[in-house]
Structures are given as structure tokens and as C-alpha cells.
Design a protein around this ligand. Structure first.
Ligand code: ADP
Ligand code: NI
Length: 212
């Protein structure tokens, strides 16, 4: 695939996410692309498909665009004359990538597993912490409410309608991601980011309770 296609995919995503403050800025997309590339270089798989799927993975996000049949991704791929079977392959990856509580799916292809790992990697660690509070803030949610317990084992429906605090989001999603990574490369990278978040939450609680 022509390098220009990836550059134009980046521009396409940049325009769509302009002004978004819910963690879907273009830099998330670029980080996922770079992470997916790193993981693919270790794990194998079709690098072109991985890169294109990573760049397009959020362009039809349900939270931003509703259930639109991957219209944005398809419009872009049509404009690049991407063959229909490749378009279906990419849309399949996009449909399986997101976290849906206990209804999350394991992608059927290696390329899908890699893109899902990369997207989840960007939700944890130092950047994950920043994104969680930025997202919570954009929705007017509290950082933390004492006595407000995280919900366990949420279904897709419960997860998407949940209005919990940002600290609860760590327990409801972010701390679960390490064990949901598909590839060995991602599992190794996730461990470090996971430990960092655990340390951060520990520090947060100590400060909250005036122990530090
Ligand atoms: P992704 O593109 O990584 O699948 P999402 O669309 O689910 O991410 O959410 C964007 C970012 O906001 C992620 O970092 C995610 O962890 C965070 N986020 C999603 N829901 C919440 C929430 N209820 N509270 C705090 N952060 C959230
Ligand atoms: Ni994403």
C-alpha cells in the first residue's frame, strides 16, 4: 500500500476528531497506529492492514457517530480505491476492537488482535490515567466519590450506560485490560503500564485519606 494512503488516513481522522475532548483526539489515533506497528513487527501479520485499521479504528466510534455502518471508514477506503475484500477485513477489525465489559470480543484475525491490543494499551499507563480523567471531566463526572463502589462484570449495555466516577473506571475497565491482551508482545508492555496505574491509585487513595 502507498505510504500516501496512511498519511491521508491520518488527515481524514484529524478532521473528524477536530474539537473532541473525550479522548478521541488525533494523537490517540497516531499513538495506536505507532503501537500497532511496533506489535506487528514482533508478532507478524499484514502490516498494511494493521496500519490502516489502526488509523481508522475510531472514525466510526459509536459514542461520536452512532451506529452508522462504518460509513466514514468506507468513504475513506472508497476514495483510496481499496479493494472490497480488504475493506471488509478492515471493517471487521473496527467492529471488534472496542471494550464492551464482559461482552468484549476476541478478534478473529491476528491483525485484529494487534489493533485491539494497541488501542487498549493506550488506555492504560500514564497516558491512560490522563485520558480517564480527561474523559470523566468532559462528561462532568466526579474523580472519586467515597463509598461509591465500582460495578463488577458489566454487560455491554450496562458498560455503555454507566455514569460512574473516573476512579471507578480504573476498576471497571483499565485494571482488567492487562489480562485481556491478545499478543505476547502486548502482554509484556501492558504489565509495566499496569503496575504504574496500581501505584498511582495507591498514591491517590493515600493522599485522599490524608495519609501522605
Ligand atoms: P478506546 O478508543 O481506547 O476504545 P473509549 O472510546 O472507550 O476508548 O474511551 C476513550 C478514553 O476514555 C479511554 O482512555 C477510556 O478508558 C476513557 N473512558 C471511557 N469511559 C470512561 C469513563 N466512564 N470514565 C473515565 N474514562 C473513561
Ligand atoms: Ni481508540
Amino acid at each position: 500500500m502507498d505510504e500516501g494512503t496512511f498519511e491521508r488516513a491520518k488527515e481524514f481522522a484529524r478532521k473528524l476528531f477536530e474539537g473532541d475532548s473525550s479522548g478521541h483526539d488525533i494523537y490517540h489515533t497516531i499513538r495506536v497506529h505507532d503501537l500497532a506497528r511496533t506489535i506487528c513487527a514482533q508478532e507478524g501479520g499484514d502490516m498494511d492492514m494493521v496500519r490502516l485499521a489502526a488509523l481508522l479504528h475510531d472514525v466510526d466510534d459509536r459514542k461520536l457517530f452512532g451506529d452508522n455502518g462504518f460509513m466514514n471508514a468506507r468513504t475513506f477506503m472508497d476514495s483510496e480505491s481499496i479493494p472490497v475484500e480488504d475493506q471488509l477485513f478492515i471493517c471487521d477489525i473496527i467492529s471488534q476492537v472496542s471494550f464492551k465489559g464482559k461482552d468484549s470480543v476476541v478478534p478473529g484475525t491476528l491483525e485484529g488482535k494487534i489493533v485491539q491490543d494497541a488501542d487498549r494499551m493506550d488506555a492504560i499507563g500514564a497516558i491512560g490515567i490522563a485520558r480517564a480523567f480527561a474523559y470523566g471531566g468532559s462528561k462532568g463526572r466526579a474523580m472519586y466519590i467515597p463509598g461509591d463502589a465500582p460495578k463488577e462484570g458489566m454487560s455491554e449495555k450496562e458498560y455503555f450506560s454507566n455514569q460512574g466516577t473516573s476512579v471507578n473506571h480504573f476498576h471497571e475497565k483499565l485494571l482488567l485490560l492487562k489480562d485481556m491482551m491478545n499478543t505476547e508482545t502486548a502482554k509484556r508492555m501492558a504489565q509495566h503500564r499496569h503496575d504504574y496505574m496500581v501505584g498511582y491509585l495507591d498514591e491517590f487513595m493515600s493522599e485522599w485519606e490524608g495519609r501522605l
